[in-house]
Design a binder for this molecule. Structure first.
Ligand code: IMP
Ligand code: MG
Length: 178
């Protein structure tokens, strides 16, 4: 059985990060038509917090992608499980993701959405593991940098569990056989 090793990012640090990013987004996109694209499933908790701190009108859409099976390592394969329902041409797009690890998922998504003629596509993530990056990727709104640990909670899962934890915690993999 997997268990929690320790809390890495507490509620207060999460809230400060969310407020800071929302403030920048609200000012950068003032007077512009913005579509926020939440990446399911992991991004839904962060997205829900973020949009409630954003003070300009936004449209919220979702995509569902999968880059991981049930293990803790990236397969490098990005599968689109649910695509957007709206046309993003001539709109500004902000992709909101839970965590950037290798960067493969977001690089793929950004290129896919850029091919649909939007005015811009920018990236926002709650957590960043820069030491794990495999591709060069500019993250426009970057939350909290974390070390190379597998984390759970605040939307992030291990085998679909632990998404409901209010804090970002380190998973104790010594007890798992992943
Ligand atoms: P990337 O394509 O390697 O950047 O992986 C991004 C996706 O992998 C994220 O959206 C998460 O769903 C998942 N992921 C990466 N690191 C972790 C982690 O530490 N815990 C849980 N999921 C993770
Ligand atoms: Mg994800």
């Amino acid at each position: 059985m997997a268990s929690i090793k320790r809390v890495l990012v507490d509620k207060e640090a999460i809230q400060t990060m969310v407020k800071g990013l929302a403030k920048r987004i609200s000012s950068d996109y003032e007077g512009k038509e913005l579509i926020i694209v939440g990446v399911l499933k992991g991004g839904f908790v962060f997205l829900a917090d973020l949009i409630r701190e954003i003070t300009i009108p936004v449209v919220v859409e979702f995509m569902s992608v999968s880059s991981y099976g049930s293990s803790t390592k990236s397969s490098g394969v990005v599968k689109i499980i649910k695509d957007l329902d709206v046309d993003i041409s001539d709109k500004h797009v902000l992709i909101v993701e839970d965590i950037i690890d290798s960067g493969l998922t977001l690089k793929y998504l950004k290129e896919l959405l850029l091919s649909r003629n939007p005015l811009s596509v920018k990236l926002c993530c709650a957590l960043d593991k820069p030491s794990r990056r495999k591709v060069n990727l500019e993250i426009d709104y970057n939350g909290i940098e974390i070390p190379d640990e597998f984390v759970i909670g605040y939307g992030l899962d291990y085998n679909e569990k632990f998404r409901n934890l209010p804090e970002v915690c380190i998973l104790d993999i010594s007890e798992t056989n992943a």
